[in-house]
Design a protein around this ligand. Structure first.
Ligand code: GDP
Length: 302
């Protein structure tokens, strides 16, 4: 499956809600009266595009309607252009580095950190690179088991401590192991935590400090993993997390399971934070570098 088809399949539910709904309203109300405009606004909001983006799209639609009338007015196309413009110039994926790149995955429980770490390692392997996984979620024995299973399935080495071990010690060992293997990437799976849990945030800071002392600049990427099915709640999570731990970007998972995929647009629009990868399914190759053009096309595909 090509990239565009993957995006299209993964965003199916959001697309159905968004463009099908817009088409339905536009076809039914050739005059685009106030009621129809209100319904279009409602469709944009319920796909979680966010208030600011919704307002911009509605203003653009009204402007176009006033200047050229109903004939040829394409609401979906106007929305697509506004969304595309908001992503303009955003970098996605990872910066190329000569030596080891350390990536720490952070976020609340269940958002997809472990799965994303495994999928990222799989991407590196598929491109003939070397990856190591670190199981720094030592709170849950099941989390260590889960990442070990992924490691076996993908043939990627996993560095894990015992249940309850200090995550910083595991992180330290993982950097040593990644260096010994001349790995290109080390992906660190951290325990799920809420930004409000001070002790857990301190623990995360310690992990990052320890690996930073061991390898200058590490972690090079701190990615907050967000679950798309939580819609606009994820926006709050991102805002608060970023205050506690400086993030380099976002991974938005489970876009395949929601009609709230517009939240990707709202989050980027509000926080101006790069969206590095998106999760479009549970399999190893269901993680894609975020591509604003393909994403926007897929969201509004007719
Ligand atoms: P963690 O607690 O943050 O480490 O979350 P996990 O990696 O254990 O993921 C929680 C659940 O979400 C698992 O059942 C994953 O298979 C599932 N999951 C993760 N990413 C995606 C995705 O992009 N799409 C779908 N459908 N499920 C996902």
């Amino acid at each position: 499956m090509g990239l565009f088809d993957k995006f299209k399949a993964g965003l199916q539910r959001t697309k159905e809600k968004l463009s099908h709904e817009i088409n339905r309203i536009v076809t039914r109300s050739p005059k685009l009266d106030a009621e129809a405009l209100e319904e279009i606004e409602g469709a944009l909001i319920s796909a979680d595009l966010g208030m600011a983006m919704t307002r911009r799209i509605m203003e653009a639609v009204k402007l176009e309607y006033e200047s050229q009338g109903r004939d040829g007015l394409d609401v979906s196309e106007i929305a697509r252009q506004e969304v595309a413009a908001s992503f303009d110039g955003m970098a996605c994926g990872f910066e190329e580095r000569e030596n080891l790149t350390v990536v720490s995955l952070v976020g609340v429980n269940g958002t997809g950190k472990t799965t994303t770490a495994a999928k990222l390692a799989h991407r590196v392997r598929a491109a003939d690179g070397t990856a190591v996984l670190a199981a720094c979620d030592t709170f849950r024995a099941a989390a260590v088991e889960q990442i070990k299973e992924w490691g076996e399935r993908l043939d990627v080495p996993v560095v894990a401590g015992s249940y309850g071990a200090d995550p910083a010690a595991v992180g330290h060992d993982a950097i040593t192991a990644a260096h010994a293997r001349s790995a290109d990437f080390l992906f660190i799976d951290t325990a799920g935590r809420l930004h409000t849990k001070n002790n857990l945030m301190k623990e995360l800071e310690k992990l990052h400090r320890v690996i930073g002392n061991q390898l200058n600049g590490a972690p090079h990427e701190v990615l907050l993993v967000l679950d798309a099915t939580t819609g606009m709640n994820a926006l709050n999570q991102a805002r608060e997390f970023h205050k506690a731990v400086p993030l380099t970007g976002l991974v938005i998972t489970k876009l395949d399971g929601t009609s709230k995929g517009g939240m990707v647009v709202a989050i980027h629009d509000e926080l101006k934070m790069p969206i590095k990868f998106i999760g479009l399914g549970e399999q190893a190759d269901d993680l894609q570098p975020f591509d604003a053009v393909q994403f926007t096309e897929a969201l509004f595909a007719k």
